[in-house]
Design a protein around this ligand. Structure first.
Ligand code: SF4
Length: 238
C-alpha cells in the first residue's frame, strides 16, 4: 500500500511539473500517445471479439485465432460483467456463456490425459443435505445410497481411476489444485464459482459443468452424471 501511495504521489508530482513547464508541443505529444494507445486497445478488442465469434460459430480454429479468442475472453469478460451490472442484465447468462466458451476452447485443444492427470472437483452442495457422512475428506465415505449424485460420481471415479475431491468453497478448491497440480480439471459448480475458478487456475484447462439448483443456490444441487461421464471419456487416453 505504501509503494502504491508513493507511486501515485510521484505521478501527481510529475503531472504537476509537466503542467507548469509544458508547451503546446508537449500537449500534442501526450495527445498523440493517447490516440495511439486507444487505437491499439481498440484493435486488440476488435480482433479478439472477431476471434471469439469465429470460434463460437465454427467450433474449431487455428492456434493464432484460439490465442486471440482466449485473450479476448480474459479481457472482455470483466468489462462485460461490469456493463451487465450497470444495466441490471442477467449476470448468470453472461457467466454461462463464459463457461461454455471456455469449454469450447478446451475442446479445440483435443488433448488426451491419463486418469491420474485429471481431477474431478465437486461442490459440497451436491451432497444430500440430511446425509451424515463426511465426504469432503474422502468421497469413499459415501455409502452410495442413491439419495444424491455423489454415489454415482464416486462409482465413475473408481471405474476410471480418476481422483475426485469434494470441496466446501473456493479456497479449499484452490488449495487442492495447488497441492495436486492436475493437468486438467473437470469441475462442477454454479456459474459464479466456475467463472472465478477458471480465472484462478490460469494455465490449467478447466471443463466446467454448471450444476442444477432445483431447491435454490447451494442446497441439494445436482448434476447430470451421464454428461460428466461423457466429458471424462472425451479426454481420457485410451
Ligand atoms: S449417495 Fe452418498 S453422499 Fe449422497 S446421501 Fe447417499 S451416502 Fe450421502
Amino acid at each position: 500500500m505504501g509503494a502504491v501511495l508513493i507511486l501515485f504521489v510521484s505521478v501527481l508530482i510529475a503531472f504537476g511539473l509537466l503542467y507548469s513547464y509544458s508547451t503546446i508541443n508537449t500537449y500534442n505529444f501526450i495527445l498523440l500517445v493517447l490516440i495511439l494507445l486507444t487505437i491499439i486497445i481498440t484493435f486488440f478488442y476488435f480482433v479478439s471479439s472477431m476471434a471469439i465469434m469465429y470460434v463460437y460459430r465454427r467450433k474449431r480454429a487455428g492456434k493464432l485465432i484460439i490465442y486471440f479468442a482466449r485473450f479476448g475472453l480474459k479481457m472482455l469478460f470483466p468489462l462485460v460483467t461490469v456493463l451487465t451490472g450497470l444495466f441490471r442484465a442477467n449476470k448468470d447468462a453472461i457467466k454461462k456463456f463464459y463457461v461454455d466458451f471456455n469449454n469450447l476452447l478446451v475442446d479445440t485443444m483435443d488433448k488426451k490425459y491419463s486418469p491420474s492427470e485429471i481431477m474431478i472437483l465437486l461442490p459440497h452442495c451436491l451432497q444430500y443435505s440430511e446425509c451424515g457422512y463426511k465426504i469432503t475428506n474422502d468421497i469413499n465415505n459415501c455409502k452410495r445410497c442413491g439419495r444424491c449424485c455423489i454415489g454415482s460420481i464416486a462409482d465413475i471415479s473408481d471405474e476410471k481411476k480418476i481422483p475426485v475431491y469434494v470441496v466446501t468453497g473456493g479456497t479449499a478448491a484452490r488449495n487442492i489444485v495447488s497441492k495436486q497440480r492436475p493437468k486438467i480439471i473437470v469441475s462442477v459448480a454454479c456459474e459464479r464459482d466456475l467463472t472465478s475458478g477458471i480465472a484462478d487456475v490460469g494455465s490449467i484447462p478447466v471443463i466446467g459443468l454448471i450444476n442444477d439448483r432445483p431447491h435454490g443456490p447451494c442446497y441439494n444441487t445436482n448434476i447430470d452424471v451421464d454428461v460428466l461421464k461423457k466429458k471424462l471419456e472425451n479426454i481420457i487416453k485410451e
